[in-house]
Design a protein around this ligand. Structure first.
Ligand code: PCA
Length: 207
């Protein structure tokens, strides 16, 4: 069996949010997966744009051993959300390039992909991921929930497009966090992802 290859992404600041802790968590988690657990892992800090959301996973190329972990800030939440589902939908808030998907693809129907499925779900085991995060010793994380609504902005968009390519993807929304909490979450997340892939190696997609 091939070793999984973790692709971990966070986002740049956006709208009124001058700091985006998701980039810190992505960076630390990838470093810990490499250093502590000898896993293949890379991290990317992505601009908050719909065209990056559409193209990022395509540009990586298809590989059934990729596990995509996208992380984003949900500024109004107080819990950590393991998002199960992405929707073929987008709202009316422009991205950091002041664009909407309709500007780019002349498809102003309020969706992300014409003729795409309405929803798409991860095939990763979120219950086990949640349990592993909660069981990580010595730190107190914000409450962890499994949720079904990644919003209607760029986070939902990248998740939707990633899931079209690879069901071994997960989106994690995090609340506002200080650097120390980012490091703590990264420790728990690196451990949880490592443990998860030991017990459940990535499955190939049959789409
Ligand atoms: N959160 C936004 C986009 C970038 C980010 O970190 C979202 O929830 O869509």
């Amino acid at each position: 069996m091939k070793k999984p290859h973790f692709i971990i992404t966070g986002f740049e600041p956006f709208l009124q949010h001058e700091r985006n802790p998701s980039a810190e968590v992505a960076h630390h988690t990838a470093a810990l997966l490499q250093q502590r657990y000898d896993q293949k892992a890379e991290h990317h800090t992505l601009p908050v744009t719909y065209d990056i959301a559409r193209d990022f996973t395509t540009k990586l190329g298809a590989s059934s051993d990729h596990i995509l972990v996208h992380i984003g800030l949900a500024a109004s939440r107080t819990h950590i959300s393991l998002e199960r589902r992405a929707h073929n939908a987008c709202g009316t808030t422009p991205d950091n390039d002041q664009k909407l998907p309709g500007d780019l693809w002349s498809a102003p129907h309020g969706g992300l992909q014409q003729d795409g499925p309405q929803t798409s779900d991860t095939q990763l085991d979120l219950e086990s991921l949640k349990q592993e995060l909660e069981d990580y010793p010595h730190i107190t994380l914000p409450e962890v929930r499994i949720t079904h609504d990644a919003g209607t902005y760029v986070c939902n968009a990248i998740y939707y497009h990633s899931l079209q390519h690879n069901k071994n993807s997960v989106f994690i929304h995090i609340p506002p966090m200080e650097p120390k909490q980012c490091m703590e979450l990264s420790q728990a997340l690196a451990h949880a992802l490592h443990t998860l892939t030991l017990s459940q190696p990535p499955q190939s997609d049959h789409q």
